[in-house]
Design a protein. Structure first.
Length: 193
């Protein structure tokens, strides 16, 4: 008989959970030793749950039996990239901003529902207990429940353990999906069923 893991994972919705998430996010950025101003990190912290809130996102919190919050991961919708501007721009009109029904129906390629995994973090003392894998598996399950078709994330080359974990659950390297000043950023995606 399998023993119960020494931790639980739940949705961070209560004020105490949000406070724990805020503390873990702050520890994550300290651990990274990178300025995340380009990601509007201060605003993200101040507005939690923000884009990670229901119905299109979630914050997951890993808690030890003792009640100590030791890990987290976040999920948010990732908007599709806006189309490039036309080579010969025409004056803007209501009809160009809001195409007719006929033009909308003529679109062949359906926009994929894509989400982004952010802020996977475990306190150093809680690593090696399977919590990271459990958080990643839980956030994948949440994305599927929310109807997403694709997940994306980014990481840094020095995070070898995280990269191995992502690859072990089906993430594959992909092209960058946003501009970043962090040299060497590695981008991943995973198709969902």
């Amino acid at each position: 008989m399998a023993s119960k893991p020494p931790f639980t994972i739940h949705h961070a919705t209560a004020p105490t959970d949000i406070s724990s998430i805020r503390n873990l996010f702050t520890s994550y950025v300290s651990w990274l030793a990178i300025d995340l101003t380009f990601q509007n990190f201060a605003q993200e912290l101040a507005s939690l749950p923000g884009l990670y809130g229901p119905p299109t996102g979630c914050l997951l919190l890993a808690v030890l039996e003792s009640g100590e919050a030791v890990g987290c991961v976040a999920l948010r919708p990732l908007p599709s990239k806006p189309p490039p501007p036309p080579a010969n721009p025409m004056p803007i009109s209501a009809s160009s901003l809001y195409p007719s029904q006929e033009k909308r129906e003529g679109v062949k390629e359906k926009e994929r529902r894509t989400c982004e995994v952010k802020r996977l973090f475990l306190t150093p003392a809680s690593r090696g207990l399977g919590i990271g894998r459990a958080l990643v598996e839980a956030v994948i399950a949440e994305a599927e429940k929310l109807g997403y078709e694709e997940m994306k994330l980014d990481t840094l080359p020095r995070m070898v353990g995280a990269m191995k974990l992502y690859e072990s659950v089906g993430f594959v390297e992909t092209e960058g999906y946003y501009e970043t000043p962090l040299e060497g950023t590695v981008f991943y995606k995973k198709e969902l069923v």
